[in-house]
Design a protein around this ligand. Structure first.
Ligand code: PHE
Length: 461
């Protein structure tokens, strides 16, 4: 007669063939895993080779009081020992007398006359502490339970008993069966990094809102990164402390920007034709040509504005990409980070439109409450800082800057009348919240456990 068994059930069955009955506990002692035993036993039962028997066993456990009797002797016996050399007054007995006297009296070992205790003839025959001995022999009874020396506990023991069919089946006739439903070890399959997920989500949100993705370089001239944004050449943000200047190639050829270079020079020096008064200083072409690692993705917006023609309007553009600043790296700062930048170029646009775009973006990213706080950027008027309410942290989080580009920026770059709404957001913040990180460096680490352990990100979470 052939039977199919899983490998584990086969192992247990082989043991059971010899033993006829086997306690689960014994199998455990032999090194089998508890859940494996249970599964194997169930399988043997289903195949009618064995049956599982469950028995309640009563067992006794010594209490603290029981241990004390074993150590020091029973109170009644100790009293007998004390009285061996003659009667004693209560006050002369140096053990707790109540239990000792009560028990010894009950046994008929002592008598009390005028406050004096003495052994009876029966008491004089007691030469052995029977109670302590019983406890030592683990010869427990209900009187011990009543005296609180031991307590009764019930233990469920399960065992496996070989059935007739099991006796007939030979081990050689067993085919091994594979359990195709068993859980397998998880595979190290590819999974999108949680930060990538957040960035894809952000990108999809802009695309859904009808934005087009811009492309831009990391190495750019100061001209587009700063000068075209009406950032004066002595502005502290351009200083070595914030900006990584590029040694090779050290400078860009500004000729590719044609007349724009002269226009920007005029804007800085006297406002040019923008109606502004400019910054009133000698603008340096060499300084503008110096290459930098873009300190913000606003550089890409500038390059896009240079490219745009009036027929392209309205135009909605975004980029989610890297920017670089010479920061001391710590829990909240990195020298390179990601920004979600965007511009909307059109006629008849105002601050309410800007607010609308930002509201929609943040709502879709899972932030329902946000506010705009007045701030300053040299290239926007008005300028606001975007803050979102973080429910987890119970605080307002700064998410980046925004505003309407100033005429000093828009007029030279576009060369025609239009309004430009602009923003630059720190996408890392959103990523950190999504993955519940408190160190920004973890966003860029490839810790496998963290990657596998972080759920697929969803703004609804
Ligand atoms: N470039 C700014 C920053 O990096 C953000 C910003 C972009 C502000 C566009 C206003 C307009 O913080």
């Amino acid at each position: 007669m052939g039977v199919k068994l899983s490998q584990q059930a086969k192992k247990v069955f082989e043991r059971l063939k010899d033993a006829k009955t086997l306690k689960f506990e014994d199998l455990k002692q032999e090194g089998h895993d508890q859940s494996m035993i249970a599964r194997a036993a169930k399988e043997l039962e289903e195949k009618e080779l064995a049956e599982i028997k469950k028995e309640e066993e009563i067992a006794y456990n010594l209490t603290d009081k029981g241990h004390a009797v074993m150590r020091e002797g029973s109170p009644e016996y100790r009293l007998v020992v004390i009285l061996e050399d003659g009667p004693k007054q209560f006050s002369e007995i140096n053990i707790p007398a109540d239990v000792a006297v009560g028990k010894a009296k009950q046994e008929g070992w002592i008598e009390i006359n005028n406050g004096e205790i003495s052994l009876t003839s029966e008491g004089q025959m007691v030469k052995e502490d029977e109670l302590a001995q019983q406890l030592k022999d683990r010869n427990f009874g209900s009187d011990h339970v009543e005296r609180g020396l031991v307590e009764r506990i019930t233990e469920a023991t399960r065992s496996l008993k070989l059935l007739r069919k099991g006796e007939q089946v030979k081990v050689e006739n067993i085919e091994e069966e594979f359990n195709v439903e068993a859980d397998a070890e998880p595979e190290d399959i590819g999974k999108k990094h949680f930060y990538r997920q957040v960035m894809s989500q952000a990108k999809n949100v802009w695309l859904e809102m009808g934005f087009q993705e811009m492309q831009g370089d990391y190495i750019v001239p100061s001209f587009t990164c700063f000068d075209s944004l009406f950032i004066a050449q002595d502005h502290p943000a351009r200083d070595l402390h914030d900006t990584f200047f590029v040694e090779e190639p050290e400078a860009s050829n500004l000729e590719e920007f044609g007349n724009l270079v002269d226009t920007i020079e005029a804007v800085h020096e006297n406002g040019g034709e923008t109606g502004s008064k400019g910054w009133k200083y000698d603008w340096s072409r060499e300084e503008a040509a110096r290459n930098v690692l873009r300190t913000h993705t606003t550089d890409t917006s500038v390059q896009k504005l240079i490219e745009l023609d009036e027929e392209d309007l309205p135009s909605k553009q975004f980029i989610i990409s890297r920017a670089f600043r010479n920061e001391t790296v710590d829990r909240t700062h990195l020298a390179d980070f990601d920004q979600a930048e965007g511009i909307v170029v059109g006629k008849d646009l105002n601050f309410a439109h800007l607010k609308g775009y930002l509201t929609e973006f943040f709502e879709k990213m899972g932030y329902n409450e946000f506010r705009l706080i007045p701030t300053y950027y040299p290239y926007t008027e008005m300028s606001v800082e975007i803050q979102v309410w973080d429910e987890g942290e119970n605080e307002w989080l700064g998410m980046g800057g925004s505003g309407l580009f100033r005429p000093e920026v828009v007029e030279p770059l576009l060369g025609f009348e239009a309004t430009v709404l602009a923003w630059g957001l720190g996408i890392g913040r959103i990523g950190m919240r999504a993955a519940e990180l408190d160190d920004i460096r973890d966003l860029y680490s490839n810790d496998k456990e963290k990657i596998y352990g972080t759920q697929l990100w969803s703004p609804q979470r």
